[in-house]
Design a protein around this ligand. Sequence first.
Ligand SMILES: [Zn+2]
Length: 160
Amino acid sequence: MTAPRLDIRVDEAARRITLVGRIDDNAVLTAVPPQLPAGPVTIDTSGVTFINSIGMREWIRLIRLLHDRGDQITLERVADVLITQMNLIPEFRDRVRIASFHAQYLCGSCGAEAAPVVDAIAHAGELAETRAPRLPCPECGQAMELGDFPERYLMLFSRR
Ligand SMILES: [Zn+2]
């Protein structure tokens, strides 16, 4: 028995969908909305490690299905691999509220790399100006900076 490549957990009481694993050719996300009555929904993708182009199409279908039936969609702890892909597709701007996301950070002081969660609500002002907030390094406590072009992560938040 091989483990499923994508683990989909739907918590009806909490109105929460949690995805863990790979969103690829084997992922069927369109089966998710019927498992949850319409209403506000939170999707956590912190455990997503990989997404390919077919998986991305499936993710877009999932968001459309939820959006088209009137669900208010909040994304929490969006995986690094997913937020960079979503930034290439402007339609997400109007369809989801991103509460937080993972991003690749680098520490200039000690060289540590990390993928911390960026709180998009607390840092909304900086993100709207396409600036990534500095975050404390887990190794040395100094300020870490985004280790990539801000546009790869922040176009969805930009008000420019
Ligand atoms: Zn450091």
